[in-house]
Design a protein around this ligand. Structure first.
Ligand SMILES: [Zn+2]
Length: 323
């Protein structure tokens, strides 16, 4: 990897962080039981509730950071109520964040609790038609949500009828890592086959974004995204320097139009991550970006794939050269 730049360049077109968690001083508690274990795993030390509150940003600080770096973000909701008992980060909160900081938080993803299906159906419709959110995010393992269980078909039918995009967690999650019984978190719920393929094939109006590197199914996710015209990839959750070779191979070749940027901020340092993306270069495309690819991942692909969805929720795309 080449030397990190002293300061970030001034971006002509803002990078689009399609996936971050607005885990502020209050909202980190929507993942309270999971964060206490997750942060200890990520940072190799024990965290208390007070530590997590102290290190979490306020809404203003979060917006100021995105503004300072010249990046825009798409906050995601969080609702694991039935599975973990934690109080959700509501869809109203996400919608408000986008209303309050429209220059940096351009559109938000709703989250509903599929295990409480009756409420989820009503809330899913409200999130799109009344709150003007762009689509849905699910974290299947944290939500205890087996996506292709036939009992959830009404939810998928509704989302398919509304023609809005969905983010699904792909593969490994730090959540539940290292404790006996993994806090009840089962990674198989994040698998590509047959679960995600069932959704991608049966509900073709849904653009499906598979989040994260996706181990232990990196190859399978690449196949899913190559095969499914409505399946896309996102790359948060692991520093690019650690991405497996097969991911770099596909991202630089057959999947150049399919990858979008996401950060999982604040679990990852936004500035350091952005610098790493900009400096992780490799002309051969084996351990870094080939010429011209990082721009596609940072913003071009998101605009191309989500253009109509951004327009539906009223995002002004002139900053990315779109009328
Ligand atoms: Zn996430």
């Amino acid at each position: 990897m080449s030397e990190a730049p002293k300061a970030l360049p001034k971006f002509e077109h803002p990078p689009i962080d399609t996936h971050f968690h607005p885990w502020t001083k209050t909202e980190w508690k929507s993942a309270r039981s999971l964060r206490l274990v997750l942060d200890s795993y990520l940072y190799h030390r024990q965290f208390t509730e007070q530590d997590l509150t102290d290190k979490s940003p306020t809404e203003d600080q979060m917006a100021a950071l995105y503004r300072k770096l010249g990046v825009v973000g798409m906050p995601v909701g969080w609702n694991t109520k039935t599975h973990t008992g934690d109080t959700p980060t509501t869809n109203d909160y996400i919608a408000n964040l986008c209303k309050t900081y429209p220059d940096v938080f351009i559109a938000g993803w709703a989250c509903v609790d599929p295990l409480d299906l009756k409420t989820a159906l009503k809330e899913a419709e409200r999130a799109i038609t009344k709150l003007n959110l762009i689509g849905f995010k699910f974290q299947q393992a944290s939500q205890g949500f087996k996506i292709n269980d036939p009992k959830y078909a009404p939810l998928w039918k509704l989302i398919n009828d509304m023609k809005v995009p969905v983010q699904l967690h792909g593969g490994y999650t730090g959540v539940g890592t290292g404790v006996p019984g993994s806090q009840g978190i089962k990674i198989y719920l994040n698998r590509p086959y047959p679960d995600m393929e069932d959704i991608a094939v049966d509900y073709p109006n849904i653009k499906l974004f598979v989040l994260h590197v996706g181990d232990p199914w990196v190859t399978e996710f690449a196949a899913l995204a190559r095969h499914g015209g409505n399946v896309y990839r996102e790359c948060s959750g692991m520093w690019p320097r650690y991405w497996p070779g097969e991911m770099w191979y596909e991202l630089n070749r057959r999947l150049t139009d399919k990858y979008v940027w996401g950060t999982d901020y604040p679990l990852f340092d936004l500035e350091a991550l952005l610098i790493e993306h900009l400096t992780c270069k490799d002309p051969k495309g084996e351990k870094g970006y080939r010429e011209g690819i990082v721009e596609k991942v940072l913003w071009k692909n998101a605009i191309e794939i989500l253009k109509d969805d951004f327009k539906r929720v009223g995002v002004n795309l002139s900053r990315w050269g779109v009328k």
